[in-house]
Design a protein around this ligand. Structure first.
Ligand SMILES: [Zn+2]
Length: 465
C-alpha cells in the first residue's frame, strides 16, 4: 500500500472519559487496531469536548450512534451536553498581545494531559504520524476564540461562524500554533480546517458583511456597500428565477462558471466574489508564513470542501496548492449541515420557497446538478430519492478527477472521508473510488464511527493498491 491512511481520533474526549467511556488503556487498543487495519497516522484535536451539566448544547460531540449508545448506557435518557475547547489549557503568554484570545475553561487541561498526550505518546511509540487539526472559521458554539467577528449576511443576521477577516485573527493563529507545539511537540503536521466562507446552507451564501470584511474590502480599494447591493440583488435574482428560465439554464450547454457568470452578470457581484477568493488566499499565504516561521518542519495540510462546492465557499483550490503541502478536500456526502446532500437539499428548498408548484423538486435538483456540474444528481426525481439512493463509484471518481485537475498532483491530495453516516453501500463506493485513484492518502472521520465493518472495508480496498 502506498497511500497514507489517517484516522481522526479527536472526538471522544471528556474529563469524564474514564468514568463514562472507557479507560485510558483503551487507547492502546485503538492504536493497535488502527495499525492492524493498515493505518499509518492519526489526527488529534481540535476538540476537547467537555461534559457541561449547565451546557448550552443539547447534543454532544458524540454524534456517532455507536458512541452515543455507549454513553446512554451510563447516563440513561439524560440530555448529553458538551462544550468544545482546545485539548489543552491555553498558555496565556501566547495571547497576551493578541486582540483575539483563546477560550479558557477550567478543566480543559485534563483531557489534554490525560487523553491526547497519551494518544500522542502511544501513536508515536507505534511509529504512526500525528497531525493536529487547527481551526480557522470555527462555528461559534464550538470552542470559538474570544473577540472574533461573527459572519454576517447581507441582511445583517449573524450566522454562527467566526469570520476569517476578524482583525488580529492571524496573530491569534500564530499564538495558537505555538501553543499546540508546546503541548504536542512531536507533531508531523497540522491540518488547517474551515478556511472558508461557510456556505453549507443557502442562507449562508450571502455573507460576509461583518466589520472585519468591511475593513479588509476597503483596504483592497473596494466600496463595501457595492458588495452588499450586489449580494441583495443576487438574492432576489435567484428568488425570481422562473420556471422557464431555470429550464433554460439547466439545458444551456454552458459549464458551471459560465452559467454563474450568465445568471449574475454584474460587475459588483464579480468584485464581491473575487474579494472572497482574495481574502482566503491572503489568509492561506499568511498561514504558510506562520508555519515557515514557527514550525518549518511541519507538513501543512489545508482542508477545503470538495471541488464542486469550493467556489461557493470562496475557495480556489488551484491557488491553495501554492500555500499548502497537502490539500484535503472533504468527501462528505451526508445530509447533515456539513454534507453534500445537506447543501443540495438546502439550496433546492431555497430556490423553491413559496413557489413549490411552479418549481418542482426535480427541476430544482436538475438546476443544481448543472450549477455544481455533478451530472449524476439529475437522475434523482425527488429529494427523498436523493437522500436514500447511494451515490455511485462514478460520482466519486468524477469528484476525485476534479480535484486532480485543480491541484495537478495526486500525491498532494488526501481527502477527508466521512464514516459517520448510515449509507454503508455508499461509503463502500466512496472508498473504492478513492483507493483506486492513487492519491497521497485519505483521512477518515472518525474513530468513534469506525465500526469493525467499515475498518475492514478500508483495509480490504486499500490493500489492493
Ligand atoms: Zn466577515
Amino acid at each position: 500500500m502506498n497511500m497514507d491512511l489517517y484516522m481522526w481520533v479527536g472526538y471522544p474526549v471528556s474529563p469524564y472519559f474514564e468514568k463514562w467511556v472507557g479507560t485510558l488503556e483503551g487507547i492502546d487498543y485503538m492504536i493497535d487496531n488502527l495499525v492492524k487495519k493498515g493505518f499509518n497516522g492519526i489526527v488529534i484535536g481540535p476538540f476537547s469536548a467537555m461534559e457541561n451539566p449547565e451546557g448550552k448544547r443539547q447534543y454532544g460531540p458524540f454524534n456517532s450512534e455507536i458512541y452515543r449508545e455507549s454513553l446512554r448506557q451510563k447516563i440513561g435518557s439524560n440530555i448529553i451536553k458538551a462544550d468544545f475547547y482546545h485539548p489543552f489549557y491555553p498558555t496565556e503568554k501566547y495571547y497576551r498581545d493578541t486582540i483575539v484570545k483563546a477560550p479558557y475553561v477550567s478543566g480543559c487541561e485534563i483531557s489534554g494531559k490525560k487523553y491526547f498526550k497519551q494518544v500522542m505518546k502511544i501513536a508515536k511509540d507505534r511509529g504512526l504520524k500525528v497531525y493536529y487539526l487547527w481551526m480557522s472559521a470555527t462555528p461559534i458554539n464550538e470552542f470559538a476564540p474570544i473577540n472574533t467577528q461573527i459572519i454576517t449576511d447581507a441582511f445583517g443576521n449573524k450566522k454562527g461562524f467566526v469570520c476569517i477577516n476578524t482583525p488580529g485573527f492571524l496573530e491569534y493563529m500564530a499564538g495558537y500554533l505555538k501553543d499546540i507545539l508546546d503541548n504536542y511537540s512531536e507533531l508531523d503536521g497540522i491540518i488547517l480546517d474551515l478556511l472558508q466562507f461557510p456556505s453549507y446552507t443557502a442562507d449562508l451564501l450571502f455573507t460576509c458583511f461583518c466589520e472585519g470584511c468591511r475593513n479588509k474590502a476597503e483596504k483592497y480599494g473596494y466600496v463595501f456597500n457595492d458588495f452588499k447591493r450586489a449580494a441583495l440583488k443576487t438574492f432576489s435574482q435567484i428568488k425570481n428565477l422562473d420556471r422557464e428560465r431555470i429550464m433554460q439554464i439547466s439545458n444551456n450547454g454552458l459549464g458551471p462558471i459560465d452559467t454563474i457568470a450568465e445568471i449574475f452578470s454584474n460587475e459588483d457581484f464579480v468584485n464581491w466574489w473575487n474579494f472572497r477568493f482574495s481574502s482566503i488566499n491572503e489568509f492561506a499565504q499568511c498561514v504558510r508564513d506562520i508555519v515557515n516561521d514557527i514550525g518549518p518542519s511541519l507538513e501543512l495540510n489545508i482542508d477545503c470542501v470538495s471541488p464542486s462546492f469550493a467556489p461557493l465557499f470562496g475557495v480556489n483550490m488551484k491557488s491553495l496548492r501554492k500555500y499548502a503541502d497537502v490539500i484535503n478536500p472533504k468527501f462528505y456526502p451526508s445530509e447533515d449541515l456539513f454534507g453534500w446532500r445537506g447543501s443540495i437539499i438546502s439550496y433546492a428548498n431555497f430556490i423553491r420557497e413559496n413557489r413549490e408548484k411552479e418549481v418542482d423538486e426535480y427541476l430544482a435538483i436538475k438546476f443544481l446538478a448543472k450549477l455544481f456540474n455533478i451530472e449524476e444528481l439529475s437522475k434523482f426525481k425527488t429529494l427523498i430519492e436523493l437522500k436514500e439512493t447511494p451515490f455511485s463509484i462514478e460520482l466519486f471518481k468524477n469528484e476525485i478527477n476534479k480535484a486532480i485537475n485543480l491541484i495537478n498532483d495526486r500525491k498532494r491530495i488526501k481527502p477527508w472521508v466521512r464514516l459517520d453516516y448510515a449509507l454503508t453501500d455508499e461509503i463502500k463506493n466512496m472508498i473504492k473510488a478513492l483507493s483506486s485513484a492513487n492519491l497521497g492518502g485519505a483521512i477518515f472521520r472518525y474513530y468513534a464511527a469506525a465500526t469493525e465493518e467499515k475498518l475492514n472495508i478500508i483495509q480490504k480496498e486499500f490493500e489492493k493498491y
